[in-house]
Write a protein that binds this ligand. Sequence first.
Ligand code: COA
Length: 172
Amino acid sequence: MTEPRIRDATMEDAEALLAIYRPFVANTIVSFEVEAPSVAEFRQRIDHALERWAWIVAEQGGRPVGYAYGTAHRPRSAYQWSVETSVYVDDGHRGMGIGKRLYARLMPILADKGYCNAYAGITLPNEASIALHRSVGFVPVGVFRRVGHKFGAWHDVSWWHLPLREDPPPNP
Ligand SMILES: CC(C)(COP(=O)(O)OP(=O)(O)OC[C@H]1O[C@@H](n2cnc3c(N)ncnc32)[C@H](O)[C@@H]1OP(=O)(O)O)[C@@H](O)C(=O)NCCC(=O)NCCS
């Protein structure tokens, strides 16, 4: 396998990244969205994440095969230094170290921007995601039981935490 190239996302990636994400909305409980966003909406999400947090892409053979990003944990001000992270790798490219490379790049970017805590919510079961988060240093916080309802059933979400830095910057 050639080494994937990790780079910042651009607006032009929206269609390719949405193609990676869409099946998780349509067919799985990995995403709690029930309707896939439009390309325009997805472009806006990338734009918004780039403005405040980060959105990066893994590219192989000149085509995006995975992505990871940070976004708001919760909207109230006191949560501003905590970030929620997500990562998706395309079918056929999983289990090859791409998720780990993406997270290894994402976390220092978020820390440099002043974010102190990364949190990830993993709908259970998801062995690969739990293995990835554990592998890059996340520790389990707890499980929200029956917190999401999709495809006519309740689902548990396991929350994970990675400290990124001790304090926010003095003059944000
Ligand atoms: C979860 C996901 C992002 C992991 O990315 P990946 O590129 O497949 O994972 P990597 O190859 O980088 O592996 C990272 C670690 O997880 C382990 N791992 C990967 N897939 C695994 C699996 N199916 N079962 C058990 N462990 C697994 C690897 O062995 C590795 O562990 P190590 O660092 O201790 O050797 C990817 O599988 C994916 O996109 N899954 C579908 C979407 C998803 O669930 N996203 C997360 C939402 S919370």
